[in-house]
Ligand binder design. Structure first.
Ligand code: DX5
Ligand code: ZN
Length: 210
């Protein structure tokens, strides 16, 4: 299982140093973009992220928790992210996924804990990533919702049955114990924010959950 530390819990006054402190063991850098409308919190936008590629070789994994992602795909395409993930609860899902694809960026689709997997089904054949939220999106440091692993198991089953190509990512409440459950359920990439950034030795924490 790959690990994508979320920089949401990093100290933004020294972001470069913070990224250097985790890049040795990180498979991706997970970037949580929040608009204060889709979720009750505001984080950062493409301007803040635009220089990341100059300071790190770790591939970027952008998670847009915003209501109208279509208006911002051009800006986020400019940061050179490997994946851009939008939410199925957002506006203009199909058009936005097509736009992401037109930039040669891998398409991700996420769902909130209360959203049924049925909502994803029309899009699964065109996705490179499905992101299962294991907390209510908006804040780091919440507890893992173990019932969301049923969605992971169902996504594994659907991928086998229909030969889909997506990887399965999980986001929220990942630590040493919950990462093990996620891996057993079939998760390919686990996002970990507070567990990594609050650890004394961050690379050791990532190695531990791997
Ligand atoms: C929540 C974000 C997560 C969050 C994870 O809305 O999407 O990526 O930062 O943080 P932890 O690992 O602390 O739950
Ligand atoms: Zn996220």
């Amino acid at each position: 299982m790959k690990i994508a530390p979320s920089i949401l819990t990093a100290d933004f006054l020294k972001l470069e140093e913070e990224i250097k402190s985790i890049e040795q063991e990180s498979d991706y850098l997970h970037l949580d973009v929040m608009d204060g409308h889709f979720v009750p919190n505001i984080s950062f936008g493409s301007h803040v992220l635009s220089g990341l590629k100059r300071i790190t070789n770790v591939p970027l994994d952008t998670h847009l928790m915003i209501s109208n992602p279509i208006d911002y795909i051009k800006d986020f395409a400019g940061i050179n992210s490997s994946f851009i993930t939008i939410h199925v609860e957002a506006n203009k899902v199909k058009e936005t996924l097509d736009l992401i694809h037109s930039y040669g960026i891998k398409r991700g689709l996420s769902l909130k804990p209360k959203t049924s997997i049925e909502e994803l089904k029309p899009y699964l054949s065109e996705l490179e990533l499905v992101l299962v939220m294991s907390v209510e999106p908006g804040f780091g440091g919440q507890s893992f919702m173990v019932d969301q692993l049923d969605k992971v198991r169902e996504l594994v089953r659907l991928r086998d049955e229909h030969h889909y190509n997506y990887v399965i990512e999980i986001d929220g409440g990942i630590n040493f114990n919950t990462a093990k459950l996620a891996k057993e359920a079939g998760v390919d990439i686990a996002v970990a924010g507070s567990y990594v950034f609050n650890a004394k030795d961050r690379n050791e924490a990532i190695r531990g959950i791997k």
